[in-house]
Design a protein around this ligand. Structure first.
Ligand code: F55
Length: 797
């Protein structure tokens, strides 16, 4: 497409789709017009992919996830369709600022963190690989809350991305699926009819997901809940307007808000209803599509693979069995076998508090037939394995992890260490019964968004050196290794990083009124705020470092900017205290005339995908400091490595694999191993001992206790200091000394800029394996047993 064709397409949509005259169009109108013009380019390719999938009777992959953290879509679409030049030139001709349009797009924040963003990277990789696949999720009206700070405290406001038209979706009113809850069951022999007492409708909204060079397009189908019957006219006519609107309001509640949970499960009925709503609509849609092509349900596992993203859609097992057995008349055992061979389950956490359970009373009330089927599935599993003690329904609760495991042919962990720990902890008993079921698929991230799009300077430098093959064969990044030996090339690598840091410094100055030195170490910890991720370990080290600078302000310190980003679950008081402490520290330290040249703390509010895209390219140091054994994988760690940040980290999650690949000499390792953590935890008084043995740690804790950071309320962080001094489940104190040592190694290493640049470039060169393309290929081979389709011709540049 030429620039002038693009310009005409934009103007056409401006006038005929948006009904705006160019003279009066605002940023929003131009963005929408551009988005529609780009979307038009995608649609034919998207149809072609669907046509081929049907024509070739391809197996399809269905990715069921309560979260898709897709962020903004315009730039992604433009880049993958290779329309960048055409768009830029067209907008120049129209005197419209491309960056202003990009910034105008709201983030689609339909997820909490890693799990949701992984689903988004997977969708993009599946499309890039030409794998016929479909993502199923919920079209939340309000995504993850918007975070702001008041007096340093986190304040949550509702997120409102749908207050403007969503440019990328197609509404499918004809795809409307009935969903029931409650009611009673009438058993007929082994089968049953379920008569729900409450019904609503799941309506589909489709967003095309286009792969690199437009070679393939898949669909992200998001369900919106709708009332079965509109509003109550009789009540309305009686003048009871609120009551008339009530059924509709109740039905719509289901897709109203994203559950803002990251590891602290709050058993709420609405959440269970969301899970069933999502899963039942998706399974129904899958079966409908299958039956339009094939007439023998025994073929289901050959033609469909259903991946459940954590246990949130784990009711898929019983629901599929219910359809096969109750509705289609298949023998129960056969139905279980078919469902199991179709479904596989990804586990994302070992934290006991995050393993979903539902009370049998609630489950029985809301899903009476599923409750019966779960008992029969347990019963069958006991007979199959000859054991009595491993049940999904146990101690008055349904354990969704166990249910997910029993009803899947494969269960995967998300990094090598996490997968091994699954076998010895949460799924120990099940693993002994089914030793072939657990497999590993180490997470990955899409290099299109997380390098090509977010870091154009580095991407161009790489492409100039080795061509653009790395974009969809990220392992090719290793071809830059010979260039790393060339000092001139390394200078350019360092210059790209520096320019990204200057951009970020300017943004920090404009938005937060904090001046930071672009020559300082940009030390970044971005992720959900959680005790196990240990932002407070980073904060304690920051305090100790600040104190040493104050002791000796003229000692020639290596300047640092500590950058934090992340949201705390609204009810997670401890995490919110950590946020406030960081902000209190920033206030005190950034205005300290003795130290502020050397140390700044910056915590931009509302960390989301777009902010990640801004921060990650400017990072020198990546903080991956979780208590070993607790972070299943991490994916931010991969994005930062790819963008040439060196990791300071523990042997946890995918850090282990990152370190192996980039080389131990290019990674700052510290801390106890998962095994050592478990042993140390058993020792009484480990925290007190660690504090007694490290005067810096003791002094940093004392500083918090004394109220230096909260003079108006000295006791503000009592719970943090008390917890760390006496309990310290996450071993902050026990790992402090080694973390401090590693941080000083970082300082020393940074004083040799050439060597630092070399290490950074080697991180980029060796990070290609962390592409989600590799991860998806792994799922295809080991779990889904499926191939990619021959792709549509490349979109021309
Ligand atoms: C969301 C909802 C609930 Cl109810 C529980 C957890 C979550 C959630 O967001 N979990 C999450 O993000 N887990 C993360 O998954 C990533 C992708 O596999 C991992 O990299 C990361 O280690 C893990 O914490």
């Amino acid at each position: 497409m030429t620039a002038s064709e693009m310009k005409n397409a934009i103007l056409h949509h401006l006038v005929y789709t948006l009904g705006k005259d160019a003279a009066h169009a605002k940023t929003y109108d131009w963005r929408m017009a551009l988005s529609f013009a780009v979307r038009d380019q995608i649609v034919d390719r998207w149809f072609e992919a669907t046509r081929r999938t049907y024509a070739e009777h391809r197996k399809r992959v269905y990715y069921l996830s309560l979260e898709f953290l897709i962020g903004r879509l315009l730039k992604d679409a433009v880049i993958n369709m290779r329309l960048e030049e055409a768009v830029q030139d067209a907008l120049d001709a129209l005197k419209i600022d491309w960056h202003e349009l990009l910034e105008d797009e709201p983030d689609a924040a339909l997820g909490n963190g890693g799990l949701g963003r992984l689903a988004a990277c997977f969708m993009e990789s599946q499309a890039t690989l030409g794998l016929p696949a479909m993502g199923y999720g919920i079209r939340y009206e309000h995504g993850l809350f918007r975070q702001s700070f008041e007096d340093g405290r986190q304040v949550e406001e509702p997120e409102d991305w749908l207050s403007q038209t969503h440019a990328w979706e197609f509404v499918r009113p004809e795809v409307a699926i009935d969903i029931g809850f409650g009611g009673h069951v009438q058993e007929i022999g082994s089968r049953a009819n379920w008569y729900p007492s409450e019904m609503l409708i799941a309506m589909a909204h489709d967003t095309p997901v286009i792969g690199w060079k437009g070679r393939w397009g898949n669909t992200l189908r998001l369900w919106e809940s709708r009332p079965m019957h509109g509003f109550d006219l009789a009540r309305f006519n009686r003048g009871d307007y609120a009551a008339a609107a009530e059924p509709e309001a109740l039905a719509r509640t289901l897709s109203r808000v994203l559950y803002p949970d990251d590891h602290t499960e709050q058993g709420k009925e609405l959440r269970l209803k969301q899970e069933f709503f999502h899963t039942a609509a998706s399974i129904r849609d899958i079966i409908r599509r299958f039956e339009s092509e094939y007439d023998d349900l025994k073929l289901l596992p050959k033609k469909a693979a259903i991946q459940i993203n954590d246990t949130h859609p784990a009711i898929a097992g019983p629901e599929l069995v219910r359809i096969l057995h109750d509705e289609r008349g298949m023998d129960f055992e056969e139905a279980v076998g078919i469902a199991r061979n179709t479904i596989s389950y990804t586990n994302h956490t070992l934290l006991p508090e995050a393993l979903e359970t539902w009370g049998e009373a609630r489950m029985g009330r809301l899903l009476p037939r599923h409750m019966q089927l779960i008992d029969r599935i347990d019963d069958l599993h006991r007979r199959e394995t000859g054991t009595g003690h491993v049940n999904a329904h146990q101690d008055g609760k349904v354990h969704m992890g166990t249910l997910g495991f029993i009803m899947a042919h494969k269960v995967n962990g998300v990094a090598a260490l996490h997968t091994e720990l699954q076998k010895t902890t949460v799924f120990k008993d099940l693993h002994e019964l089914h030793p072939d079921r657990i497999v590993n698929q180490t997470n990955g991230v899409t290099p299109r968004r997380w390098l090509l799009s977010c870091n154009p300077r580095l991407a161009s430098l790489i492409t100039e050196g080795i061509g653009d093959g790395w974009v969809d064969h990220a392992e090719d990044l290793e071809k830059i290794e010979p260039l790393v030996a060339d000092p001139a090339w390394l200078d350019r690598y360092a210059a790209a990083k520096k320019a990204n840091k200057v951009d970020l410094s300017n943004w920090i100055a404009e938005t937060m009124e904090i001046g930071v030195d672009p020559d300082a170490i940009f030390d970044i910890q971005v992720k959900r705020i959680h005790e196990y991720k240990r932002q407070h370990l980073n904060l304690l080290e920051t305090i100790a470092h600040w104190q040493e600078i104050r002791d000796n302000p003229n000692a020639g310190w290596v300047p640092r900017v500590k950058i934090f980003g992340g949201k705390a679950f609204p009810n997670y008081i401890y995490a919110k205290d950590m946020v406030r402490l960081a902000n209190d520290m920033a206030r005190v330290m950034n205005s300290d005339p003795l130290t502020s040249r050397y140390l700044k703390v910056v915590f931009p509010p509302n960390y989301n995908v777009s902010l990640a895209e801004r921060l990650i390219p400017a990072a020198d140091l990546s903080e991956q400091i979780s208590t070993a054994g607790k972070e299943a994988s991490g994916t931010g760690n991969m994005k930062l490595t790819l963008n040439g940040a060196l990791t300071i980290g523990t042997l946890d999650g995918a850090n282990v694999e990152i370190r192996e690949l980039v080389g131990a000499e290019n990674f700052f390792l510290f801390g106890m191993t998962a095994e050592e953590v478990m042993a140390r935890r058993a020792e009484a008084g480990h925290a007190a001992r660690a504090i007694a043995e490290d005067h810096r740690l003791a002094r940093a804790l004392e500083a918090i206790r004394s109220g230096i950071f909260s003079p108006d309320e000295p006791g503000r962080y009592h719970s943090i200091t008390e917890n760390l001094s006496h309990h310290d489940y996450f071993m902050v104190c026990s790992d402090f000394t080694d973390y401090w040592r590693a941080q000083r190694e970082v300082d020393t290493a940074f004083t040799d800029p050439k060597d630092w640049a070399r290490k950074a470039a080697l991180n980029t060169a060796r990070a290609g394996w962390f592409s989600s393309d590799r991860t998806i290929r792994g799922y295809m081979k080991d779990i889904w047993h499926t191939d990619a389709a021959p792709q549509v011709a490349d979109a021309a540049e």
